[in-house]
Design a binder for this molecule. Sequence first.
Ligand code: SAM
Ligand code: SF4
Length: 326
Amino acid sequence: MPLDQYRRDIHYLRISLTDACNLRCVYCMPEHMTFRPRHELLSDDELRRLITLFGRLGFKKIRFTGGEPTLRPALVDLVRHATTTAGIANVGLTTNGVLLDQLAQPLRDAGLTSVNISLDSLDEAKFRHLTRWGNLRDVQAGLAAAARAGLRVKLNAVVCRGVNDGADVVELARLTLERDWQVRFIEQMPFGNNAAFQTRGVVHETELLGVLRAAFGPLELIDGGRLDGEARLYRLPGARGAIGFISPVSQPFCADCNRVRLTADGVLRLCLLRDNEVNLLTLLRTGASDDDLEACVREAIHHKPWGHGLAQHVVPASRGMSEIGG
Ligand code: SAM
Ligand code: SF4
C-alpha cells in the first residue's frame, strides 16, 4: 500500500480520459478552449497497462473523469478493465450526464455500480447559462437511464454566487426527499487564469447550510460529520437521500487525502491544487519496464504535497480543472 511521507495511505486514482468536453461550464473552462491532440493523450493500451500497475501497487479505487469521460470511445472497455483488475474494489465515473442515456446500461454491464453526475441547476435557463452549451433535458434523460440501469447516483453541483446559490440549491436539495440520492454542493476552486472569477464566485458551506435550514428546518448531521469521501453529509427532515458538502476552500480535508490524479496526457498529478507533477507518458513511450514505472510512482507518492495553499493565495497555474480531472 503506498504511503506518502506524512503516512497518508494513497489508494485512490482519478483518471482523466480526455481533456475535451461537450460543455463549457463557466467555472471550469473558457468557451474557446483548445484541447490536446489525440497523440498527446494516453492510448487505450497505455491506460490499461497503468490501471493494472496501480492495482498491483495497492490502489483500491479508480474514478474515471475528464474533461468529459463519455467522449472517450473506449470508456466501457476501460471500465470493464478496471472492474476486473486485481486489487481494484471500487470503480466510479464522474460525468456531465449528457451522453449517459445511451451509456448507462453498457456501463452497468461492464461492472460500474455508481455514477456522479454534475448538475448545477434544475432550471433550464440557469443550467444553460452555467454550462454555456448544455440542454437540461439531456442530463435528465441520462439521470433516468442511470436509475433504470440500477446505478447508484450522486449529484454534484458547483455553487456560484449570484447564479445558483439560492432557489437552485433548495430545489436540488429537495430531490433527496423522495430519492435515495446524494446531492453534493461543491465550493468553487480557483485555477490559473480563471482564478479571480472563481474566487469571487465561491459560496462557503456555512452560508449554504443557512439557505437550506431556512427552507427545510434543521438538518441532521450524518455520522457525526465524518467525511464520506470528501463530503460532509446531512439529511433533510424526513428525507430518503443525503445532502453533501465538499468544501475544499472553507474546510480543507488535505489531512485525509488518499488520492492522486492521472491526467489524460499521462501526468501523475499529486495534488489537485498544486502544480507538482510526474510525467508517466514519457516513461511509457521510452520503454520503461513495469518495475521502473512502479518505482517512479512510489517515489512520486512519497513526495505528495501536504495540502493546498489557497489560504496563502497559492493557486495552481499550469492547468485548469478540465485538464486535470476533478
Ligand atoms: N465533465 C465531467 C463533469 O462535469 O462531471 C467530469 C469532469 S469535471 C472537471 C469534474 C467535476 O469538477 C464536476 O463536478 C465539475 O462541476 C467540477 N468542477 C469544475 N470546475 C470546478 C471548479 N473550478 N471548482 C470546483 N469544482 C469544479
Ligand atoms: Fe465539461 Fe465537466 Fe468542465 Fe463542465 S465541469 S466544462 S462538463 S469538464
